[in-house]
Design a protein around this ligand. Structure first.
Ligand SMILES: [Zn+2]
Length: 142
């Protein structure tokens, strides 16, 4: 899934629970694994993975800054969103290496049943997840 989708889901989980940090840390990483099971569309299979990757990177950090400085969440709650998306550095590094070598995060292994779908469903499902994450973050704002 897109990093932004993971970040907004992680933010939603952190905002909804509010702590303790160690439990949220476990849950947002676990959420990454579970979300990678859902059939979705990844831009790594598109014609412009670098461009979409930059947009994804910028949107992810924008979500962090908005949650922290714009909405007033404690920095560590906002950071849980970035942590939820962080395992995708694994994919980014793999793509930068020319799609050679192995990926290290379990839900990125070739043996993992990573969800794949066409664009219509694959983008829609991520938009729904992002909307729910944003909704929770806005509803729980301090
Ligand atoms: Zn992933």
């Amino acid at each position: 899934m897109w990093v932004t989708t993971h970040v907004l889901a992680g933010l939603g989980i952190a905002a909804a629970l509010g702590g303790p940090w160690w439990l949220i840390l476990v849950l947002v990483v676990l959420a990454h694994v579970l979300m990678d099971l859902i059939p979705h569309w990844d831009y790594t299979v598109s014609r412009h993975p670098i461009l979409y990757g930059w947009c994804d990177f910028i949107a992810s950090f924008a979500a962090f800054w908005i949650a922290w400085l714009g909405l007033g969440y404690p920095w560590w709650i906002a950071f849980m969103g970035l942590l939820s998306g962080a395992p995708d550095w694994d994919v980014l590094i793999w793509v930068a290496r020319g799609e050679k070598g192995r990926k290290y995060f379990p839900s990125h292994w070739d043996s993992f049943p990573h969800g794949k779908s066409g664009r219509a469903w694959g983008i829609s499902v991520q938009v729904v997840i992002m909307a729910v994450g944003v909704g929770v973050v806005l509803a729980q704002r301090p």
